[in-house]
Design a protein around this ligand. Structure first.
Ligand code: ASP
Length: 370
């Protein structure tokens, strides 16, 4: 009898840890190292990735970009220092960038093929996994504000076009005349592309012998030039990721999309999991670049998954994901922050407007690759 009792005791002792682990789920619980007593704030923003080479910008223009990025960065960071949430910081910074004609979001949005401005945005709360997204807007001054209202004041995640604008009116969110979004440089970019397209179609109608006799290599070169042109037509999207004093993460992205995009085209910026994602367990990410590729790879959610399932550090996760984008033929970049305040920045374009608060609490603004 005594022998049976000791046997049973040994069995119970052996299986106890296994049973406890099984109750908690198949993954060990992640320790929450953040605590309100020892807060670590974190903030990163971007103003789009693209063909931005040293020397391309005039000194005045570069100064203007740097100043606006720093203004938005510090406004968001100050919000965090004043005890505001990561969502507040993200919205604050993006509102500032949306109001600037320098960036392809809000006021500085690019034009569609039919000469309109169509804006998209999204925001996500890493604590609750709640998210809000809007697309195809023509009259909303600050699309990120409407995205947040969709998240907080509606039962939905995504609203588009006229319906989204109707909801904005109900929520007393500022609408503006379409003319508000007109900026000469963006208009000129569209006209330039339309002119090039027209010339190209004329060439197709009466092809020059030179074009007819293209060998494989020249054809490849032509295709590469086309790709390069597409890549040049889109940058300036804005985004922000933040970690607040309570250890909560948030991400947001706002854009006018791509110059000469077809009416109704929606990119990655308002697609949760592609252009924007936040999860307190892993990280918050905002993307910019050739949206179609970011949608196909589910970039922002994939970065979170790389950290969750493969325990990759944030910089490795963003680099690995941007490699996938490159392999597929896309370009752009991402900013990300994890729940400890570690930052990950990666891009495969010539440059990316970006700014962050470094580990000493100082603002850093960068534009070029090196
Ligand atoms: N990702 C945006 C889009 O495809 C464009 C950009 O980030 O420049 O709409």
């Amino acid at each position: 009898m005594k022998k049976i009792q000791s046997f049973l005791l040994i069995v119970v002792l052996l299986f106890l840890p296994v049973m406890t682990f099984a109750q908690k789920g198949s993954f060990p619980e992640i320790k929450q190292l953040q605590s309100p007593q020892n807060p670590r704030l974190g903030f990163v923003i971007h103003g789009g990735a693209g063909v931005i080479r040293r020397g391309d910008l005039s000194p005045e223009k570069e100064k203007a970009y740097r100043a606006k990025l720093e203004e938005a960065l510090l406004a968001g960071y100050r919000a965090l220092q004043n005890g505001k949430t990561s969502l507040d910081a993200v919205q604050t910074a993006i509102n500032i960038l949306e109001d600037s004609p320098l960036f392809n979001a809000g006021k500085g949005a690019v034009f569609t093929a039919d000469g309109k401005n169509e804006l998209d945005a999204s925001i996500m709360d890493g604590k609750t996994l709640m998210a809000g997204a809007v697309a195809g807007l023509h009259h909303i001054k600050n699309p990120i504000t409407l995205a947040r209202a969709v998240m907080e004041k509606s039962p939905h995640v995504m609203m588009v076009g006229d319906g989204a604008e109707k909801f904005a009116k109900e929520q007393n969110i500022e609408l503006v005349d379409e003319k508000y979004f007109f900026t000469q440089p963006r208009w000129d970019s569209l006209q330039k592309i339309l002119k090039e397209e027209k010339e190209k179609s004329k060439e197709v109608q009466s092809p020059k012998p030179k074009v007819q006799n293209l060998n494989n290599e020249s054809r490849l070169l032509e295709m590469m030039t086309e790709t390069q042109k597409l890549a040049e037509n889109k940058f300036g999207t804005v985004g922000a990721v933040a970690l607040d004093k309570d250890g909560n993460l948030a991400a947001g992205t706002s854009t006018g999309g791509m110059t000469n995009k077809k009416f109704g085209r929606v990119g990655d910026a308002p697609v949760i999991g592609a252009g924007t994602y936040a999860d307190n367990k892993t990280c918050a990410t905002s993307a910019t670049g050739w949206g179609e590729y970011f949608i196909r790879l589910g970039v922002a959610r994939d970065i979170s998954a790389l950290m969750e399932y493969r325990a990759l550090p944030i910089q490795q996760a963003v680099d690995m994901e941007m490699n996938k984008v490159k392999t597929l033929g896309g370009d752009g970049g991402v900013i990300a922050i994890d729940r400890f305040g570690n930052i990950g920045i990666s891009f495969n374009s010539e440059g990316m407007y970006r700014a962050y608060i470094n580990s000493e609490g100082k603002p850093v603004v960068e534009i070029y690759k090196n």
